[in-house]
Design a binder for this molecule. Structure first.
Ligand SMILES: Cc1cc2nc3c(=O)[nH]c(=O)nc-3n(C[C@H](O)[C@H](O)[C@H](O)COP(=O)(O)O)c2cc1C
Length: 182
C-alpha cells in the first residue's frame, strides 16, 4: 500500500516554477501508488498564528481560529509525508507557507508534551538565483528538532518566470523523488 502525501504549496503562481516541480513530484509519487493531496495555500483563507496557546483542546478543531486550515488538519494528521513547496522569497519560504506551517502547531498542542506528529518530509523550492542556504538551514532544523525525516530536497535555481523550469534537471529529480516513495 502506498503512502499518504500532502503537498503544502506556498506559490501564488499556480502555473509557476514551484508548481511545475510539485506536478512532476506528484506524477512520480502517484505512479508509485501513493495518494497525493496538494493544497495551493495562496488560494485558501489561512490566517497567521495568533500565538494564543489555546489550541489542542478539541481534536476536531485543533486551532482556536476557524479558517481553511480546517481542510488541511485532517490531511496532515493522516499524512506519512509532508512536502513543503515554495518559491524563494527574500532568501526564505513564502509567507503563505510559513503561515500554514506555524498553524500546524495546533496539532502539536493536541499532545500533552507538544510533540509534533512524526512525518517524513520533502523540500521543493524555486528561485531566480540560488540562495537557498537559509531555507535549507530552517528545513534541517525540522529534522533535528521536531523529529521529521527528510526524504530529499529539490532546489531549482535560476528560474524566474513560469515555464523556466522547462529542460531543467530538477524536474526529473522531482519526478524521481516522488517515484521513489513507497
Ligand atoms: C517577493 C519576492 C521575493 C523574491 N526573493 C527572491 C530571493 O530572495 N532570491 C531569489 O533567488 N529569487 C527571489 N525571488 C524570485 C522567485 O523566487 C522566482 O521568480 C521563482 O521562480 C518564483 O517561483 P514561482 O514561479 O513558483 O512563483 C523573489 C520573488 C518575489 C516575488
Amino acid at each position: 500500500m502506498g503512502k499518504k502525501i500532502v503537498i503544502l504549496n506556498g506559490s501564488p503562481r499556480m502555473n509557476g516554477n514551484t508548481s511545475s516541480l510539485t506536478a512532476e513530484f506528484k506524477r512520480g509519487a502517484e505512479e508509485a501508488g501513493n495518494e497525493v493531496q496538494e493544497f495551493f495555500l495562496p488560494k485558501m483563507k489561512i490566517n497567521g498564528c495568533l500565538g494564543c496557546w489555546s489550541g489542542g483542546k478539541d481534536p476536531e478543531h485543533p486551532c482556536s481560529q476557524r479558517d481553511d486550515m480546517e481542510k488541511i488538519y485532517p490531511a496532515y494528521r493522516d499524512a506519512d509525508v509532508v512536502v513543503l513547496a515554495s518559491p524563494l522569497y527574500y532568501w526564505f519560504i513564502s509567507g503563505f507557507l510559513k503561515n500554514a506551517f506555524d498553524r500546524l502547531f495546533a496539532i502539536a498542542e493536541c499532545d500533552p508534551d507538544y510533540c509534533n506528529p512524526k512525518k517524513q518530509c520533502v523540500l521543493i523550492m524555486a528561485a531566480e538565483g540560488a540562495g537557498f542556504e537559509e531555507s535549507e538551514h530552517w528545513y534541517d532544523h525540522l529534522e533535528k528538532h521536531i523529529g521529521w525525516k527528510s526524504l530529499g530536497k529539490i532546489l531549482c535555481g535560476y528560474v524566474t518566470q513560469p515555464g523556466d523550469t522547462k529542460g531543467k534537471p530538477e524536474l526529473k529529480q522531482a519526478y524521481d523523488l516522488g517515484k521513489s516513495i513507497k
